[in-house]
Design a protein around this ligand. Structure first.
Ligand code: AHG
Ligand code: MN
Ligand code: MN
Length: 339
């Protein structure tokens, strides 16, 4: 498609690839884009409009909510609630499924989102983002319950993220490759700036929070050790390291110039009863779908992320994603440990 095409035109023209899609899918993506534009505006204005800092509340995961976490969640709901494109919504910032008001028209899609990813970066003016995953509601279900959301990532009909960085970019897959759009603030539209994004199969750059090194399991310890030994070790090449602490920014870097990202489970998380840090349904799955659509891989170390069967809405998973050959190496180390 022509570079510079608006997101709306792009979706209308691509909708025909989605089985059973009507104008509702275009409407839904437009609603999401509107919410993202409003969030982008607030992230951009920051202290000028008093949106930085924390609230007094914690979310269901026990994390202190930032003002912008709460506002972004409200903006997503507001953009979707009465438009008749979704049947229900689930979000990192809400304990349970958000049910539409009784008088709101029902649509056939389910939306899962992380309204603002990377919230520790909000107050320090570093890139943050919004992540979303779209499923179809089961036929005939107009008031979905939590179990209707508990489906493997392979069932996503679309996924994307919006990155609030030096430019605001919306990155989208509907299962036919990955396209990137950049927000033109002069006329308020996302315009297509890159299509058929491909992640190089090899890389010399990894991203992991090294401060947890002493808590890692053996396969992760060995993988990172191999990278750190660089040209003198078994990999026979040097690796560089990055850690933004906003998954959206890490995935965007990987889509742009390659790399591998790891947020493994470690003994400290396990001791707190967690299987990882990142959430399966609205962080790992949408990012795994995008990365696979760009020719990369996404794994828990033991299985393909998209094939994990969810048991609850805020479930966590270990995440290893990006360059295919690196993810395969991490998988291999997990397999040899399992014997
Ligand atoms: P969120 O702000 O939505 O809770 O997610 C933050 C996530 C992810 O974006 C990032 O990769 C990771 O947490 C950062 O974790 P550390 O603080 O351990 O670096
Ligand atoms: Mn997040
Ligand atoms: Mn978040």
């Amino acid at each position: 498609m022509r570079i510079g095409t608006t997101l709306t035109n792009y979706i209308i023209q691509n909708q025909r690839h989605i089985e059973g899609a009507t104008g509702e899918f275009t409407g839904l993506l437009n609603d999401i884009a509107v919410a993202c534009k409003k969030i982008a505006d607030l992230v951009n204005k920051g202290a000028l409009v008093n949106v930085l800092g924390a609230t007094d509340s914690r979310n269901v995961q026990g994390e202190t909510q930032k003002k912008l976490d709460v506002i972004s969640n409200e903006l997503m709901i507001e953009a979707l609630r009465y438009n008749g494109h979704i049947a229900a919504l689930a979000s990192e910032e809400m304990d349970s499924v958000y049910h539409l008001p009784a008088n709101a028209p029902r649509g056939k899609y389910l939306l899962l989102c992380d309204p603002l990813d990377g919230s520790s970066n909000i107050d320090v003016n570093v890139s943050v983002g919004t992540i979303f995953s779209i499923l179809k509601a089961p036929d005939g279900v107009t008031n979905p319950s939590e179990k209707d959301f508990l489906r493997p990532g392979t069932e996503q009909v679309a996924a994307g993220y919006c990155l609030y960085g030096p430019s605001t970019m919306l990155v989208l897959t509907t299962g036919h490759g990955v396209s990137m759009f950049t927000l033109d603030r002069d006329f308020g539209e996302f315009l297509l700036t890159r299509e058929q994004v491909e992640i190089p199969v090899d890389t010399g750059e990894f991203a992991i929070n090294m401060s947890y090194q002493r808590f890692w399991d053996q396969p992760i310890t060995q993988y990172i050790e191999e990278c750190l030994q660089g040209a003198d070790g078994p990999r026979q090449k040097n690796f560089n390291m990055r850690w933004v602490a906003s998954m959206v920014a890490e995935v965007h870097r990987i889509l742009t110039r390659g790399g591998v990202f790891l947020y493994p489970c470690h003994s400290q998380l396990r001791a707190a009863g967690k299987a990882g840090k990142l959430r399966l349904l609205y962080e790992a799955n949408p990012m795994a779908y995008i990365v696979e659509q760009a020719g990369g891989a996404a794994s828990t170390g033991l299985e393909r992320i998209l094939e994990v069967n969810p048991e609850e809405i805020h479930q966590r998973v270990p995440v290893i994603l990006g360059a295919r050959n690196e993810v395969r190496r991490v998988d291999e180390l997990h397999r040899s440990e399992a014997g």
